[in-house]
Design a protein around this ligand. Structure first.
Ligand SMILES: [Zn+2]
Length: 322
């Protein structure tokens, strides 16, 4: 692409089909959609069903229905190419590339062994891997492969620091050796890691902007490192605070009717919900009904609260009273 033609902004909605979308998902997707529409960019819908075991039947259709109900749209046809479960050959290619470059090694550690190092310092995703299997000789790798199939880890060079300016969370600086260590890119059962799959997909789909819940803030440095390893420019990241139940815990069924489907079936109109979500993000002064499209010009990353929103009794009664 010529320098004079900057890449058109492209964002993505990337739900996992593990259950129904709830208010928290809806808010993150609304914001991701608004960011792109405000910039005149494209938006892609991609179903992150890597873990096909956990995918609920028909969940993708339900997600599409929920997103349409919210008034969100996307610029791709949701063909099988946009389901991660159909993209394994691409991920295998990426693994082979890393392997050829000497950036991977097999890890034979069992869960139990990994747990026993759990007394070691913890990072973003649990204990920092101490590099046990990095030392194995080729002969030892061959021998152990006969007993069990290994996972594969990405070698993090000592001293690797990833610095990035998150558009909501601010400046982030992480030394990966102190937070994750060599991290898994393929599990022993052959399924690639979330980290690798999203990077491969974001590169292939031309994604330039990632706006998502801040539960994923800790995985951004590994993704940025992988982007750079593949010679790609990492997307700009914006990690937005989650919506929590009144007990301060991530939204779940026990917090009441928080699934979009339940709200819809209980008679809540999408405009009421959108208005409430926009108000919770400081885009409008009062939780009055509105549409996603009407909010496009109001969108700004600056109004997004820096702290999680608690879905307290007043919020729930707001919906119950409709
Ligand atoms: Zn190991």
């Amino acid at each position: 692409m010529a320098d004079s033609e900057p890449q058109r902004p492209c964002g993505r909605l990337a739900p996992s089909p593990t259950g129904y979308l709830h208010l928290g998902n809806a808010r993150s997707f609304l914001l991701a959609w608004l960011q792109m529409r405000n910039m005149g960019g494209r938006i892609i819908l991609r179903i992150e069903d890597l873990d096909t075991q956990r995918a609920a039947p028909n969940a993708a259709e339900q997600i599409v229905r929920d997103l349409r109900w919210l008034g969100l749209d996307w610029d791709n046809q949701l063909t099988s190419d946009y389901f991660q479960s159909n993209r394994f050959p691409l991920y295998q290619q990426a693994l082979a590339t890393l392997q050829e470059r000497g950036l991977l090694y097999p890890c034979f550690c069992s869960r139990k062994e990994l747990r026993s190092i759990a007394s070691a310092p913890h990072g973003a995703d649990g204990p920092i891997y101490p590099g046990t299997c990095r030392q194995l000789t080729h002969a030892q790798q061959q021998q152990r492969s006969q007993e069990k199939s290994p996972a594969f880890r990405f070698k993090v060079c000592p001293g690797t620091v990833v610095e990035q300016h998150d558009e909501v969370a601010g400046l982030q600086r992480e030394e990966l050796g102190q937070t994750t260590g060599d991290f898994i890119v393929a599990r022993a059962d052959g399924v690639v890691s979330y980290q690798l799959a999203v990077v491969v997909d974001d590169i292939a789909m031309g994604v330039t902007h990632v706006l998502r819940g801040d539960d994923l803030l800790g995985s951004a440095p590994r993704q940025i490192l992988l982007h750079r390893t593949f010679g790609a420019t990492p997307p700009s990241f914006a990690h937005v605070p989650l919506m929590l139940g009144d007990d301060g815990v991530r939204l779940a069924k026990r917090h009441g009717a928080v699934a979009l489907r339940e709200l819809r079936e209980s008679g809540v109109a999408a405009q009421q919900l959108i208005g409430w979500l926009a108000w919770s993000c400081g885009m409008i002064d009062r939780p009055e009904p509105t549409t996603a499209t009407e909010l496009i010009s109001e969108f700004s990353l600056r109004t997004i609260p820096r702290e999680a929103t608690r879905l307290d009794a007043s919020a729930l009664s707001f919906f119950a009273s409709r």
